[in-house]
Design a protein around this ligand. Sequence first.
Ligand code: HSE
Length: 312
Amino acid sequence: MSGFVGLKVFAPATVANVAVGYDILGFAINGPGDEIKIYPGKEPGLKIRAIHGAENKLPKDINKNTAGVSAQALLEHLGKTEEPIELEIYKKMPFASGMGSSAASAVAGAFAVNEYFGCPLSKRELLPFVMKGEEAADGAYHADNVAPSLLGGIVLIRNNEEHDVIKLPSPYGIYAVVVHPNISILTAESRSVLSDTISLNQMIEQTGNIAAFVASLYRSDFELLQRSLNDVIIEPQRAKLIPHFYDLKEIALKEKALGFSISGAGPSLFALCQNSLVAENVAASLVKHLKQNKIESQAYISLINGEGAVKL
Ligand code: HSE
């Protein structure tokens, strides 16, 4: 690769669970995400040269950093572990935020390696490698952040172990609001509060809601989408981790959000909105309420990102 100076990729932030699909549903947003530069290194093997925007809180060890793990997994698959390669990671999103920060790194790591070697694998074929990276963050094997960050759009996962994912249609004009209150919740902690049993009635209600949510996307039926975005299992257990959760939900729905819940494992919150004006009102009201309660926050307003990971 003499003369080759490297390249740069981007993987977007994501909203996992989308209220009704714990570990099996997620979508990508525009704006926040991770950039990774990949260069020829000086010594054999993969190395993380630097991580920017993470206040020294993320590991540079390639066996611990999700970008390093996914990149290394792909290099092993390609038989290229002796190639001298360096990664430089630019976190352009908050971490431990519920916006898929570890997933964006995992996606960008393997995606960068694939691009570096001229795309021997398709995006979909990268899924097992990026999932391995994500697993390094919380010890669980789920694609609800990595699949939309990689593929873009709203993604349903039929089976995480089999990497069986389905990209769903995004209704025209639908906007997402993601508000990140400046508090941290680790995914592992947020998973640990969940009971591993549910009642038959909860199962019936939740499966009805997720099935109807999927139908609403195919039909661009916003009223059905609004009725469906109701999590009767996870949200009631996690709401206590997020200050003022139920007040914030009431505010979002009053501002005419179609639905509101926790983004991934929290503390970020998301709303889906029928247009940009509703989205702006929802975002402003949520940020204002948090501020009144002495919690600073950042709001992101975005169409669904249909593209996922890209080479810049
Ligand atoms: N589905 C995951 C969770 C997403 O809610 O724990 C966060 O990684």
